[in-house]
Design a protein around this ligand. Structure first.
Ligand code: MN
Length: 293
């Protein structure tokens, strides 16, 4: 059994015009199962001129999981999808070999924006495959005694989400009141828990909003104690077992793959589309990739 006592502070970064707290990847913890990226967006005020306005940009080799606590974001992608996401709903976008999307907040909503965007690395079997988009407005909920969990994707305590995952994993958002619960875990999963709001004691360690509690693998259960209220995101999965090469919005396996995606995106910026990255209609301008190191 491996249980690490580590509690990490997410680090601040800018996305569009809002501040995010990035919990993954980090030094010493690149992935949790296939989860390879975790941004906590806000809470921040979205106005007509400032918000999560992320213009068209490409992805390869990953799924994006968008989940809001408060606010609204309009998703558009190169498959023609146009979907407003609201709290309690899941947007799941699968990049496969390549997709382009835009995320617009300021023109569609005014008020507080608060949520997470997570990436799941796709395994060898699907990462060069077709792209897809799914919106899940009705996700399975589970009674945790002092609150309720929503299984976004994967499985938790035999409750399974309809959202399509390529590897065995879980993403579960728990809205908790004061109390203690014991959550059944899978021994073959590795886990981490991120506190979105409030504070909790997770596996004996105090964890507050903006912090990630690494739990490790080989666990049968985890005890979660809350003295006031907390919103806890549980991430877990079977270790990916594939070395990732992540750069900008691309999840590949080596630098050559990233260079190929970069070249295809440069063509999109010149031509408005490319063979790999189809056009997406957005009111926002496409985002140039940073120069490759
Ligand atoms: Mn994106």
């Amino acid at each position: 059994m491996r249980t690490d006592g580590a509690v990490y502070d997410a680090r601040e970064a800018r996305v569009g015009a809002i501040t995010v707290r990035r919990a993954l990847p980090r030094r010493g913890l690149r992935t949790v199962g296939a989860w390879c990226f975790a941004d906590h967006m806000g809470p921040e005020q979205v106005t007509e001129t400032a918000g999560l306005d992320v213009g068209p940009h490409p992805h390869i080799g990953l799924q994006t999981v968008t989940w809001l606590v408060e606010g609204a974001v309009l998703h558009r992608d190169s498959l023609g999808s146009e979907q407003l996401i609201r709290p309690g709903e899941l947007n799941l976008m699968t990049a496969g070999r390549g997709i382009v999307h835009a995320e617009e907040a300021s023109r569609t909503y005014r008020g507080t924006l608060h949520g997470v965007q997570l990436w799941i690395a796709q395994p060898a079997e699907t990462r060069d495959g077709a792209s897809a988009f799914a919106h899940h407005a009705d996700l399975p909920r589970i009674d945790l005694g002092h609150g309720e969990g929503t299984v976004l994707i994967g499985e938790f305590a035999d409750v399974v989400s309809d959202a399509k995952a390529d590897t065995a994993l879980v993403g579960m958002d728990a809205a908790l009141r004061a109390g203690t619960s014991t959550w059944a875990l899978r021994r073959d999963f590795e886990y981490a828990a991120y506190v979105i709001e409030g504070a909790a004691v997770i596996a004996g360690e105090p964890v507050r909003s903006g912090q990630l509690r690494e739990l490790g693998s080989g666990l049968d259960e985890v005890v979660v104690q809350v003295s006031d209220s907390a919103r806890v995101l549980l991430l877990g999965g079977v270790p990916l077992g594939e070395p990732l090469h992540m750069w900008w919005n691309f999840v590949g396996r080596n630098r050559d793959e990233v260079v190929a995606a970069q070249d295809a995106w440069a063509e999109y910026l010149r031509e408005g589309h490319s063979e790999r990255f189809a056009r997406v209609d957005s009111t926002l301008a496409p985002i140039p990739a940073p120069p490759l190191a």
